[in-house]
Structure formats: C-alpha cells, structure tokens
Design a protein around this ligand. Sequence first.
Ligand code: BES
Ligand code: MN
Ligand code: MN
Length: 469
Amino acid sequence: VSDAPARPAASSGDHAIDRFLDESRDRRLESWKELLRIPSVSALPEHAADCRRAAEHVAATLRRIGMEHVDISDTGGHPIVYADWLHAEGAPTAVAYAHYDVQPVDPVAEWHHPPFEPEVADGRIYARGASDDKSSVGILLQAAEALLATRGSLPINLRFVFEGEEETTSEHLEPWLAANRERLGADVALICDSGFFAGNVPAVTVGLRGIMYAQIDVRGPFQDVHSGSYGGAIENPANALARIIAGLKDPDGRVLIPGFYDDVVPLSDADRAAYAALPFDEDEFRGSLEVPALVGEPGYTVLERRSGRPTLDVNGIWGGFQGEGSKTIIPGSAHAKVSSRLVADQDPERIFDLLRDHVLRIAPPGVTVEVRDLGSGRPTLTPIDDPWARAFATALGETFGQEAVFVREGGSIPFVAAFETLLGLPVVILGFTPPDGNFHAPNEWMDLANFEGGVRSMVRYWDGLASGV
Ligand code: BES
Ligand code: MN
Ligand code: MN
C-alpha cells in the first residue's frame, strides 16, 4: 500500500508555499480525514447532528487558520458556515463555495471499507464525500491556510460559504443568500463542486444541466388483492405504471412529452466542434461501465448526450411483491421516481407541468394517478471566454503541467443560477475530483495527487487574480 501521487508533484508557483505544503502534508491529511469521518448525510434526519458537527469542524478550522468573521448560520435546515478575509486592498473579492454534506451510503454492503473510516491506498483516499464535495472543502481551507501561514495574508479578498444541503437541493441557501446580500459583495463566485474530465484531465466546467424531479404514484384497489379472484376485472397499478413509463420515451430515447424540446437551445456548430475536440474514448467509457453497448438520442455523440442534451430517466420503481418466490396479488399501488436533466433554456417548472399533463393524459382508466414535484434546478452555461474561468484554466495548466479543457457537465448544482441572478456575479464552476471517483456510489474515492495539486492550483489562481482579470 502506497500513497505516492500518480502525477508529478505540482507547484503553486511560490517556493515558500510549496515547502510549507510538502512539510505539512501528513498533518493536513489527518485534519481533512477528521472531516471525512463525520457522516454528514444531509438527506437523513438521523444525521442532522452530524451535519452540525461537520459545520462546526469547518468553522473551527477556519478560525484556526486565521479567517475572520467565522459564523455558523442556522437556516431551519443544516447550517451554513461563513468566513472572510478582506484585507487585500485594491484586489478583487471572490466568494468561494463548497458543500460539506454528502449522499447516503446505501448499499453499504458494497463498500470495501466503512464509508466513514477513510482508507488510503495507491494514491487514493476512499470515503463517502472524499470527492463530492469534501475534497473542495479541504482544498479551499488548505489553500487559505498555506497562504496565511507563510505570508500572513491572502492575495485577494475571500468570502467562504460552506453549505450542508446541496445533495437535497439547497432549500435554505437561496433565502440565506438573499438575506446576506450585503456580506456577499464580490466580483466573482467560485463554485467548487465539479471535477476533472475523462482520463483525469484538468478541466473548467462551463455548463451544468438543470433538473426536474418527480414522483408518480399509481393507485388501484384499496389494498393488495388476490390476482386470481380479481385479475382481469380491474386495472393493475404496476401494469398501468409500466404503460405510463413506456409512453415517456420512444425506443430511440427521444422524450415523447409534447413541448419537452420547445425551449432547448440547439448545439451550435462551435459547440459541437468543442465537444469533438475533447479527448474522449467512447469504447473505454463503455468498458468502464461494463455495459454491452452505449445508447441514446440519434444524431448526437456520447459526450453531447451526456451534457448537451436533455434526458428523462426512471431513478426508482417499486410496487407489489418483492420477496423470494411468488405471491399472487394485484398490488394496491405502484410508484416511480422520474427525473429529467435539463439544458438551456428549459424551465424546470414548465417541464414538470408538461410531464404531469402527459402522464395524466396517457394513464389508463381504472387507476388514479398523482404526479408530485420533488424539486428542481436550472441549467447554467458560462461563456467559454469568461476571463475568470480562463484565469482558472491557466492556473490549472501551470500547476498540473497539462492544459485544461473546458467542458459541460451532465450533473446539476441547482443553486448556481441564484449566485448569478440574486448576487449578480459571474460564476466559475470548478473542482479537482477524478471523473470516475464513484460519487453518490459505493467506494467513493479522491485522487490524492489531484487533491494536492488542487491546493496548489487554488493558491496559483488567487495569486493570478490579485491584479484582476
Ligand atoms: N457535485 C455534484 C454535481 C456534479 C455532478 C458536478 C457531476 C459535476 C459533475 C452535486 O453534488 C450533485 O450531485 N448534484 C445533484 C443535484 C441534485 C441532488 C438536485 C445531482 O446532479 O444529481
Ligand atoms: Mn457536489
Ligand atoms: Mn453530489
């Protein structure tokens, strides 16, 4: 077992800082591991106290490294941690965001190590949240620590916002941003919750998909009933749900909901050329997932389908008998979780209305159907020539010795649009996670060389911003 980095050692561009980071590496790793040990699962009420502990751990670290105005805000949900350092006169101000909450660990039996006992092996660290998004929390804290410890100052003015509800759609962040507008004055927002491109290539994220999430409940008889006595005379909710779901997409994968594509901004020739220029091996991608074939909307490449086009997927489906052997019933109800990833300019609320209307229209008679909205988020697109994003690409390229690519991601960060519209800030979406880091899945891991390079790139980025963009 070795924890040697897979990449050549990265440099921050400042010898004193490189030396500090080299000498403090084990101590920094231990401190970050303390955060990884806290099971801050935002979705599960039984972990509410752990989310608070994670917030307190972040706040204590902020105080220790010399950040100011450290504050834990109670929001009604999990707390938001704020801190700033505003003494870089004449330099720009950045708000840097990351989330300390993590996804649930199920199915926990598939983990090779307990998810909250971080395990280092082969240059990786395994733990829930090691990538998404405690890597960003650790990198931001350690970059600020290195600067304050060696220079006693930061090159730019920084405001940190660490949130604990990203994985449950950030319900309390938007009101908090609105209420705290005056202490969030800045020139740019750095949303640290994305990652590197396929092959672990340094990347800047210039687009995220939006999301519409719904639940379909189909109800039949008042309870499960004998399928011999009643079968043939009443509609079966599970059969009805299967018909509804089959009516959502055609065999090619085009969504059949009328109006679904109305507001989709088509990919331009330049967009498509940018996709085609990315170093991406479709067969390797297919192999890594162990699927027999890749499928999707005709006329689009795999990368375009993964982030430039909207989707509709069943995320979960249940109803009727699930046990061993057979049980002859007609289930009383059947249910599905369905979500769409959305692209500009699709509006999640409109897409929900269209889905609901379509489901109710195609539902067979003999059952009652309900469609509920479980949350949503808007898509975002940053102009590829945004100077704040370019400056980050430069810092990445210099630190890692490999040119950064500009990519759209298929995932969603629902509140990003709020930073843009509510605070009126340009947004740079960034992160250092390996693309195959098993986010939301068993055996999540972070590449330690990406982490160390991440700390150094952040230092280099902030240094680069000191004189503006
Ligand atoms: N960090 C991810 C978003 C992400 C995923 C960025 C992949 C880049 C690549 C974030 O924590 C996330 O998982 N978001 C959720 C949002 C949902 C809970 C509303 C997502 O995309 O599923
Ligand atoms: Mn995340
Ligand atoms: Mn996530």
